[in-house]
Design a protein around this ligand. Structure first.
Ligand code: AMP
Length: 191
């Protein structure tokens, strides 16, 4: 199976490139942000809990996210692989993902880090907030999310380097060039 972690700061293009990857490789997609937004829309208890954190630009507690991830993962039948988009965001989540996959006789094939300059992230997210109306894409919350990324999520870069799964992708520029670089990285690990 082809299990991909797509990684990067908010606004780095994880969702956009995940769609391209899903189309080309026919794997399943888990976006934890999308899962949480669907729960909020449906007014579930989980959605109510998640909303408080999302509106503050904070992360949902690890135990909750790890349970959600495992249940979505196990809902896929005869899957060719999964792209994990927006998960893991902490070291605890990365360890939990590794354990979950190991228990199922699998592992992460590659981690793709979409690197984008900070001022470009800000521009993209403000534009997305205007276009899509996503509540957490406002300047105050974006700044908090970027700070959370730097303090809690970016340590995963070294973690995945140690696992030997890290691939840096220049996420700034033409979408087609970025996707071509992603395909080259996937080809280098695909059996
Ligand atoms: P995203 O759509 O990936 O940018 O996620 C939007 C928000 O959902 C984040 O700012 C967090 O509040 C929450 N979230 C999404 N994925 C996770 C995760 N893996 N761990 C904790 N919180 C998450």
């Amino acid at each position: 199976m082809l299990n991909i972690v797509i990684f990067g700061a908010p606004g780095s293009g994880k969702g956009t490139q995940s769609e391209n990857i899903v189309k080309k490789y026919g794997i399943n997609h888990i976006s934890t942000g999308d899962v949480l937004r669907a729960e909020i829309k449906n007014g579930t208890a989980l959605g109510k809990t998640a909303k408080g954190y999302i509106d503050q630009g904070q992360l949902i507690p690890d135990e909750l996210m790890i349970d959600i991830l495992a249940s979505v993962f196990d809902s896929f039948k005869e899957s060719k692989g999964v792209i994990f988009d927006g998960f893991p965001r902490t070291i605890a989540q990365a360890e939990a993902l590794k354990n979950m996959l190991t228990e199922r006789g699998q592992g992460v094939s590659v981690m793709l880090d979409l690197e984008v300059p900070e001022d470009e992230l800000m521009t993209r997210l403000i534009k997305r907030g205007k276009d899509s109306g996503r509540a957490d894409d406002n300047e105050t919350t974006i700044k908090k999310r970027l700070a959370v990324y730097h303090s809690q999520t970016s340590p995963l870069i070294d973690w995945y380097k140690k696992e030997g799964q890290y691939h840096r992708i220049n996420g700034f520029g033409e979408l087609d060039r970025i996707f071509a670089d992603i395909c080259t990285a996937i080809a280098s690990v695909k059996k």
